[in-house]
Design a protein around this ligand. Structure first.
Ligand SMILES: Cc1cc2nc3c(=O)[nH]c(=O)nc-3n(C[C@H](O)[C@H](O)[C@H](O)COP(=O)(O)OP(=O)(O)OC[C@H]3O[C@@H](n4cnc5c(N)ncnc54)[C@H](O)[C@@H]3O)c2cc1C
Length: 233
């Protein structure tokens, strides 16, 4: 999997803070953007998050090139609706080169991995046979497995990034999405460290784990009520 941040709102944290400050200031957003100190920006972002006033975060956009995730992962990713996506088409692109994802749980079991590989290769062979026989790629693709790799471009604003990360950085989420959003977080941290630090699983905001079983970072409510643990931080 490869995740590259290709475009982003310059000085995104400053832009968010200036937009937020504008609502209570006589100054223009341009002046505010120039005048705000790093401490003021930091404080403003903290206030916005703690008060749940999140709309200013929509002024910062991030575009990622995402290569080599499975169709299993891309199907889950595009459920996040407040974003823009462009995905490589299986209608217009003939996938004669076989690239697919093998989950570590399968890769670790030699015999199963061999059967998995054979199954994927057999499906891909039939796909190529159908292309050779003149079946259009849009129909031949029906036989391709969800393990097939895909490429896409995704643009998300900072508010939706925080929301998506709250769900997908949870270690109870599916591993490929966890890995994808960990890489997204790393990319954002390079250009907007303050913002990147806010890309966290939901338990940090809740103060507890709302999943059936905790990964150990925070106790579940049941554990808290039962007195099993008060904090796993
Ligand atoms: C661990 C995990 C397991 C999952 N399992 C399943 C599953 O088994 N089956 C399944 O179908 N999905 C599943 N999903 C997907 C999940 O239901 C959501 O579709 C996905 O996480 C997108 O998140 P979202 O709906 O909060 O918001 P997004 O699409 O990211 O939108 C962000 C926010 O905008 C608001 N919003 C967006 N659109 C609307 C709207 N039309 N109306 C009102 N408010 C809106 C909501 O507040 C929403 O939270 C799973 C997700 C996770 C993280």
């Amino acid at each position: 999997m490869q995740v590259i941040l290709t475009n982003f709102t310059p000085e995104s944290e400053r832009a968010i803070a200036a937009a937020a400050k504008l609502s209570t200031s006589q100054l223009s957003a341009v002046e505010l953007k120039q005048r705000l100190s790093p401490e003021q920006i930091d404080n403003l972002l903290s206030q916005l998050i703690s008060s749940g006033h999140l709309s200013p975060f929509e002024h910062a956009n991030f575009t990622f090139v995402i290569d080599g995730i499975s169709r299993v992962a891309s199907h889950q990713l595009v459920r996040h609706r407040i974003a823009s996506y462009t995905q490589q088409s299986q209608r217009y692109v003939s996938l004669r080169k076989l690239n697919y994802v093998t989950p570590a749980t399968i890769g670790a079991k030699r015999e199963l991995e061999a059967k998995y590989r054979e199954m994927v290769q057999a499906a891909h062979k039939l796909y190529c046979e159908m292309l050779d026989a003149g079946v259009p790629a849009e129909d031949a693709r029906y036989v391709l497995p969800s393990a097939m790799e895909t490429k896409l471009v995704m643009t998300m604003n900072a508010r939706e990034l925080m929301h998506a990360c709250s769900l997908r950085l949870c270690l109870r989420a599916q591993w490929e999405l966890v890995e994808l959003f960990q890489r997204i977080k790393q990319e954002v941290e390079k250009v907007a460290p303050r913002l990147g630090a806010e890309l966290k699983p939901k338990c940090f905001a809740l103060g507890y784990c709302d999943e059936r079983q905790s990964c150990g970072l925070f106790p579940t409510l049941k554990e808290i009520k039962g007195g099993v643990a008060t904090s796993a931080k």
